[in-house]
Design a protein around this ligand. Structure first.
Ligand SMILES: [Zn+2]
Length: 330
């Protein structure tokens, strides 16, 4: 399978942090494949690579990114580029294009800086989670890319001697913070599709024999739509919140993907994406966008060398993407 050979070639480069010589090398591979496929190749001002079939009334792009996190797997981003090229090459229809966005993993610099946007965008991506595996479904149609609120919570108590301060008079900031961690878990569990994570804890003064006087927690809260994100944010009262709104995927593209998945005779599963993607950036910029997820094996692990999708699932995904692109461009 040519897709697997190309994924292998990209993996052989190793980690490819955005704008590193390694990411450049991956873009050179892709540019070569695009030219071999007869596409018109362009690089824009921020380094995004686009291979187009000129003409047509509507510009419809597929694609993804070739940069990685450190210690990445071989499917995140790469699959959308390599499989997207297969679909575009197979169709050969004017208006179609494959894009490789720069530097996705550190905050989507490429898609944020992309100056000439298409009329529609469909991104194929490994799920990076266990939902499709649990549903026994090879493919998933993304409903929305979740929004998030990030910030911190601070708890103040009174630092004191761990041996001489009786339990009844203590004001232990870490005990208060611990109650918040459990509250955050419960608040997210009560809202369907929401998640909340405390990933960092700073305890002051931080002595083994000192009652904690001040604790700062990091909070990362996510939900698939504005109403649910509002509810979660209200429950968590995050200090100095940084908020990114959820990006709903376009109904036209969801419908095209659902129809193609159904044609393949596999279950039609719709799910939100808990991770950010270039498709979310394009959707926010006003481009009708959609995503097709391919089942993650190995428990759904991602950003890890054990990240895996099967050749059978990838073949189904290429078929569904091809059909959807045909519907959208004509
Ligand atoms: Zn990705």
């Amino acid at each position: 399978m040519r897709i697997l050979e190309r994924l292998e070639q990209l993996a052989a480069i190793g980690d490819r942090i955005g704008y590193s010589p390694e990411e450049d090398a991956a873009h050179e591979f892709a540019a070569g494949w695009f030219r071999e496929a007869g596409l018109e190749v362009e690089v824009d001002a921020v380094g995004n690579l686009v291979g187009r079939i000129p003409g047509g009334d509507r510009e419809v792009w597929t694609g993804s990114h070739l940069d990685t996190v450190p210690g990445a797997g071989r499917f995140d981003g790469t699959l959308g580029v390599v499989a997207g090229l297969e679909a575009v090459e197979m169709l050969g229809l004017p208006g179609l294009g494959v894009v490789v966005f720069r530097d996705e993993e550190r905050g989507c610099a490429g898609s944020r800086g992309c100056s000439s946007l298409p009329d529609a965008y469909v991104e194929l991506h490994i799920e990076q989670g266990p939902t499709l595996l649990a549903a026994d479904a090879p493919l998933g149609v993304v409903t929305a890319i979740v929004g998030y609120v990030r910030g911190r919570r601070t708890f103040s108590g009174t630092a004191g001697h761990a041996g001489t301060t009786p339990m009844e008079v203590r004001e232990d900031a870490l005990v208060q913070a611990s109650e918040f961690v459990l509250h955050a878990r419960d608040a997210a569990r009560e809202i369907e599709g929401a998640v909340a994570t405390v990933g960092q804890v700073t305890v002051e003064p931080g002595g083994t024999n000192v009652i904690p006087g001040r604790v700062v927690l990091s909070v990362d809260a996510r939900a698939p739509d504005v109403e649910r994100l509002d509810r979660l944010a209200a429950a968590l009262q995050i200090e100095e919140p940084v908020r990114t709104e959820p990006s709903p995927m376009a109904e036209e593209i969801r419908a095209a993907l659902r129809a193609e998945v159904e044609t393949l005779g596999v279950p039609v599963v719709e799910l939100p994406s808990g991770a950010g993607h270039d498709a979310g950036i394009l959707a926010t910029a006003g481009v009708p966008s959609g995503m097709l997820f391919v089942r993650s094996l190995n428990g759904g692990i991602s950003h890890n060398p054990d990240e895996l999708s099967s050749p059978e699932d990838i073949a189904l995904a290429v078929d569904a993407l091809t059909g959807a692109l045909r519907r959208l461009v004509t």
